[in-house]
Design a protein around this ligand. Structure first.
Ligand SMILES: NC(=O)c1ccc[n+]([C@@H]2O[C@H](COP(=O)([O-])OP(=O)(O)OC[C@H]3O[C@@H](n4cnc5c(N)ncnc54)[C@H](OP(=O)(O)O)[C@@H]3O)[C@@H](O)[C@H]2O)c1
Length: 432
């Protein structure tokens, strides 16, 4: 699969409206929508005006919204006087999908921060934008604090990328960083993240790896022109990580990070989940809520790193997209996405075993090798803990081997019933 230009901007007349007032229909006035409204209100140099705001609750005070902005609860009202640009900050699929498609159909540029919508319907939205030659900008949907997607849309040769790795979920990264530094499990850092507003009251999407997998799917639309279902990407979360896993990773010269990875040099391979990152790797020092994306291509490695997305930083990126949408030359044409089924790569694995009476390290190594899993190095080896790095192997092979060890090492009989007291975990390992 090759990368080609994401936005075709050849022979395009400018539609710059820099001097005219830009009328914005704002879909959603929650965390990001209110921060965006504040930027519009406070930016006297911007010729921007929010004319309509779609919300669920019209009566709730919206202090950052200009009093003249009309609040509406049905999308139809947004198009009675068509806006110059539609800013979608609702989240979720509907009504966002229908309203974005309607705007694109009418030739109204769209700016969205909605990775869920793009991950599920990116191909459809891009096709609609291409049909009506209308800008569709989504810089804020993926690592909003590190704007880089639009640059590559304009620079097709730089965008010839064949693999990427990154940290795209600031919440998980914050939790794992705090757990490592405080030498604790993830429960307390998660509670702190919720208190500080880094994590939602229901943190599942972040800590189960779904948010990062959706971002990976959007990145693969952008750089690999691949149309992938999010649920086809190998996705794991950070819930199972405990303090001992983090300590063993350090003993083996690395750290656990919430990673997204994809390589489409040949068949597309991808995963989203916590991985052992060697300390010499550029992602190893991306700590706290920070994000980073590394792009590898024929011309070398590009690294983008910066703050995790919060409402203010996301709103600023949305605002830049609005201004860019107003000056994007036409025609706009997105490349067609190719439907691809991702496979899971063969990588090294960081494995940990915990139990009350584990076999010795040499016996564990023997058992693993009988399943084709070979150890590079081990850290803890005793009757209760074992941790090691393996040479590259498939997920299926490592899981079969670890199930066999759990059965062999953990089976005990209590009151006539078998109990398995050995717990094996496996995390992918990145190479430097
Ligand atoms: N939060 C971040 O830091 C961040 C960072 C990057 C990207 N994003 C993305 O930005 C988008 C917005 O996130 P957010 O945190 O601002 O969400 P949020 O706080 O939940 O706000 C959602 C807004 O949309 C409105 N809304 C939702 N469903 C609606 C419906 N069916 N009809 C009418 N209005 C509806 C809500 O109305 P009410 O106010 O009346 O409930 C609310 O104003 C999401 O796609 C998210 O993934 C967020």
């Amino acid at each position: 699969m090759t990368s080609v230009v994401a936005l075709d901007t050849r022979s395009a007349p400018s539609t710059s409206r820099a001097s005219a007032t830009i009328h914005i229909a704002l879909l959603g006035c929650g965390n990001v929508g209110s921060a965006f409204a504040a930027l519009v209100r406070d930016g006297s140099q911007n010729p921007l005006r929010i004319t309509h705001a779609l919300v669920r609750d019209c009566l709730r005070p919206r202090p950052t919204l200009h009093p003249a902005a009309e609040r509406v609860v049905t999308g139809a009202a947004l198009f009675t006087t068509p806006p110059d640009v539609l800013v979608e900050l609702l989240g979720g699929i509907e009504p966002a999908r229908t309203l974005v498609l309607e705007a694109l159909h009418r030739g109204i540029p769209v700016v969205t921060a909605n990775k869920s919508l793009l991950a599920a319907h990116g191909a459809e939205l891009r096709a609609a934008a291409t049909r009506s030659s209308t800008p569709l900008l989504y810089e804020a949907a993926v690592v909003a604090g590190v704007p880089f997607l639009s640059t590559f849309a304009r620079r097709p040769h730089a965008a010839e990328v064949t693999s990427l790795a990154g940290i795209a979920n600031g919440t998980s990264n914050y939790i794992l960083t705090r757990a490592r530094d405080a030498r604790c499990g993830i429960d307390k850092p998660l509670a702190d993240a919720q208190r500080l507003g880094y994590a939602e009251p229901d943190p599942s999407s972040d800590i189960d790896g779904i948010d990062a997998a959706q971002k990976l799917v959007v990145l693969l639309q952008h750089f690999a022109h691949a149309n992938i279902r999010t649920d086809a990407v190998e996705t794991t979360g950070i819930r199972a990580i405990d303090c001992a896993d983090i300590d063993h990773a350090a003993e083996l010269g690395g750290t656990l990070k919430p990673v997204i990875f994809a390589d489409w040099t040949g068949n597309l391979q991808a995963f989203s989940g916590p991985a052992f990152v060697p300390l010499r790797h550029q992602l190893a020092t991306v700590d706290g809520a920070e994000n980073a994306i590394i792009l590898n291509g024929r011309r070398g490695r590009l690294v983008f790193r910066g703050p995790g997305a919060g409402p203010e930083v996301t709103a600023a990126t949305v605002l830049d997209d609005v201004l860019e949408a107003m000056t994007t030359p036409r025609p706009v044409a997105f490349p067609r996405l190719e439907r691809v089924e991702p496979t899971t790569p063969e990588t090294g694995w960081f494995v940990t075993l915990a139990g009350s009476r584990l076999p010795g390290g040499a016996d564990i190594a023997d058992l693993l090798s009988s399943y084709g899993i070979y150890l590079q190095r081990t850290s803890a080896s005793g009757r209760e803990r074992f941790a090691a790095m393996t040479w590259p192997a498939s997920r299926a092979r490592v899981e079969t081997a670890l199930r066999a060890i759990e059965a062999a090492a953990g089976a005990t009989v209590q009151h006539g019933a078998a109990r398995h007291s050995c717990v094996a975990k496996h995390f992918r390992a990145l190479e430097v």
